[in-house]
Design a protein around this ligand. Structure first.
Ligand SMILES: *Cc1c(COP(=O)(O)O)cnc(C)c1O
Length: 435
């Protein structure tokens, strides 16, 4: 619909050489239909397509761009770093600086290992947990996403939820036989699981702020139960903070809820828009990693100087500018505005938010806290809203299961524009229904 001729032409070429025309499934717009925008450039809160159209962006590359697109100070730092060489395959100062920032900010962390994606971070954290405990079982939750790791692709997946497929083809049964899937928001289920398997469980991994299948905010009591049970049974608690880390605050969900995990995984924000992930824990736990210990983990481009510089600069700028306070106030403003817009439309819907992460929940009643509480019937309605917004120059996620993000580059005026556009889109849905 909204994609212009040039976007269509380039996407035609993409379809020939890239499966689905994309390098990550959700970008293909399958949940909403139409041709994806092909982006030419981006700055602050805006994207420009190859057709020269400007879009106010609430996807923010799915989370990393907490300072907005192409922040001048980040670009300057990255440019200078690149001029000094793009990779050394040897220790460098920027990796130490990023690691120090993460370790200083996050509860309980003493050491981190940097990798190149969130997927690598969760995959390696689980291996470390198994190596450190000498146990095999891992518990994950339905509706959580931890990247495309074989043994975590169990009844979950960011794109997969969109496609409505329970799991991925190509993952042998044997790969997932040590993965247990539990429901979120259910203390009884996890108590029972530990009663049965407690001595074999290496780790429980979860998004403490589940944000890949709607925004399923958990009750603190549920998270406290996980902390208590893992400690009592000698299992490790792994927080996958790839979205929430340095997004809801420097201490991530751990500080937000006052619960310290044994291992934490990072990605997205800590890379400042470049490919970075990291996982960390106490020195004792991290000592199991090669070269000190027997858990192998490595990466040709891990600790890449350009990427580390982007991440360290982003975290420094956030800290210097009190970015998280700004994001909280923008988030509160958005919550008020969009909440009122949804109310005024007389639709059963609500706005779920934590910090600068938000989700439009298109169903009646209290927002769900577990995956099976999401009513898929909102999909057609979302599709309509998505295209109405895109036609008006406002980009939200191309799937109702995906959350939105604010950056420090967004303004109250940007949020007003989103709310006004959404209000008109909601009204037009009503008109097309009564017509
Ligand atoms: C994005 C994400 C991942 C995977 O990170 P990639 O960099 O895409 O590999 C893992 N866990 C969570 C919670 C995520 O949101």
């Amino acid at each position: 619909m909204s994609a212009g001729e040039k976007s269509k032409q380039i996407f035609e070429r993409a379809l020939k050489v890239l499966p689905g025309g994309v390098n990550s499934p959700v970008r293909a717009f399958r949940a909403v239909g139409g041709t994806p925008l092909v982006v030419e450039s981006a700055s602050g809160s805006r994207l420009t397509s190859v057709d020269g159209r400007e879009y106010l962006d609430f996807v923010c590359s799915w989370g990393p761009l907490i300072l907005g697109h192409a922040h001048p100070r980040v670009i300057e730092a990255v440019t200078e770093a690149a001029a000094r060489g793009t990779t050394y395959g040897a220790p460098c100062l920027p990796e130490v600086e990023l690691a120090e920032r993460i370790v200083d900010a996050y509860p309980g962390l003493e050491q981190v290992r940097c990798v190149s994606s969130g997927t690598e971070a969760t995959m390696s954290a689980v291996r470390l947990a198994r190596g450190a405990t000498g146990r095999n079982l891992v518990v994950k939750f339905a509706g959580s996403y931890h990247g495309h790791v074989d043994h975590l692709m169990v009844a979950a997946g960011s794109g997969l939820v969109t496609f409505g497929t329970p799991s991925s083809a190509g993952v042998p049964e044997d790969m997932v036989k040590n993965t247990l899937v539990a429901p979120l928001d259910d203390e009884a289920a996890i108590e029972q699981l530990f009663a049965e398997h407690g001595r074999e469980i290496a780790a429980v991994i979860l998004e403490p702020i589940p944000a890949n299948n709607g925004l399923l905010l958990q009750r603190p009591e549920f998270l406290q139960t996980l902390r208590r049970l893992t400690s009592a049974h000698g299992a490790l608690l792994i927080f996958d903070e790839v979205i929430s880390g340095f997004r809801v605050g420097p201490g991530g969900a751990a500080a937000h809820y006052g619960i310290t995990p044994d291992l934490a995984c990072f990605g997205k924000v800590i890379g400042g828009g470049l490919p970075v992930g990291a996982f960390g824990g106490s020195k004792d736990l991290m000592h199991h990693l090669a070269p000190n210990g027997g858990v192998y983990q490595a990466g040709t481009l891990s600790g890449n100087p350009v990427a580390m510089t982007a991440g360290a600069t982003t975290l420094r700028l956030l800290e210097e500018s009190d970015g998280w306070a700004r994001l909280e106030s923008l988030g509160a403003y958005l919550e008020g505005k969009l909440g009122a817009t949804l109310d005024a439309a007389g639709r059963p819907a609500s706005l779920v938010r934590v910090g600068s992460i938000f989700w439009m929940c298109l169903q009646a009643g209290e927002p769900p806290r577990a995956a099976d509480g999401i009513d898929g019937d909102g999909a057609d309605f979302y599709k309509h809203l998505f295209h109405q917004l895109l036609d008006q120059g406002v980009a939200i996620a191309p799937s109702m299961y995906e959350v939105g993000f604010l950056s420090t580059a967004h303004t109250e005026a940007d949020i007003d524009q989103l709310a006004d556009t959404l209000g008109r889109a909601l009204a037009s849905v009503g008109e097309s229904e009564t017509a």
